[in-house]
Write a protein that binds this ligand. Structure first.
Ligand SMILES: [Zn+2]
Length: 251
């Protein structure tokens, strides 16, 4: 299920890619295409003897590109050559959004201190720096703006779509499983992308999905939402939720 955060993350990654590629254009003088996809992998393979930088596995054709500083909203790693290293799929998957230090420690990579110094020295050599305050501010705003914009626009497009006809609904019923629950009423009260407040524990979050749970014959519908700030996905029965206008709690 797509939610606001997906659009925001995509926008942040696009920004970090653009900034990184423009930076590399100034450093290497090569057009961005030369530092993308296959050509990027060839360049990294040549520099690192076609080995995973972390475990030294030989990478014959299985080279994956890892961002040393993760390219996400939290770490703000740029997609620039100095921040890119070749990795095997195991190491790449294990590192994911961890920082270099965190990954090396957790996965008991040998000579980790030495390796960390080596990778960081290489990054500095190619111009990788700590994220600036300007970049931090920009990304934080972009994250919020894009998410809201995408949801707003999805809602306005939805209003232009015709109401499903009785015939359309009848067709849809045919392919529905017997166990399926009709969430159309619940989705009217708690639309995807809207905000809810859980009555009992006072959680506030953005609706992202619905589910049907419990033993067969006693299944009950739930609304799933992502808790504001905490990021955890939780579910509540519709009777325990109130729709709210904005995520800022009413005083
Ligand atoms: Zn590896």
């Amino acid at each position: 299920m797509v939610h606001k955060g997906d659009a925001s993350n995509a926008a942040v990654r696009a920004l970090l890619t653009l900034v990184g590629e423009r930076h590399d254009l100034a450093v290497f003088g090569t057009p961005p295409g030369e530092l993308r996809d296959k050509k990027l992998k060839q360049r990294l393979a040549a520099e690192f003897n076609n080995q995973c930088v972390y475990c030294e596995t030989h990478l014959s054709g299985k080279l994956e590109v890892d961002h040393v500083i993760p390219m996400n909203q939290k770490s703000l790693g740029l997609h620039m050559y100095g921040n890119l290293v070749p990795a095997c799929s195991e190491c790449n998957r294990a590192k994911k959004s961890k920082s270099l230090g965190e990954f090396l420690e957790k996965h008991k990579i040998r000579n980790s201190t030495q390796l960390k110094n080596k990778i960081e020295a290489r990054a500095r050599k190619f111009g990788v720096t700590e994220p600036s305050d300007a970049l931090k501010g920009l990304v934080a705003n972009l994250y919020l703006d894009v998410g809201s914009l995408v949801v707003q626009q999805a809602e306005s497009i939805l209003k232009t779509l015709p109401e499903p006809s009785t015939a359309t609904k009848a067709e849809a019923k045919k392919i529905q499983k017997k166990s399926d629950y009709d969430f159309s009423e619940i989705s009217k009260k708690f639309p995807i992308g809207s905000w809810v407040n859980a009555v009992k524990d006072d959680l506030v979050g953005e609706v992202v999905d619905y589910s049907l749970e419990g033993p067969i014959g006693k299944r009950t519908p739930y609304v799933k939402f992502i808790v504001l700030d905490a990021g955890a996905k939780v579910r509540r029965a519709p009777s325990q939720l109130n729709p709210i206008k904005s995520p800022h709690r009413a005083k």
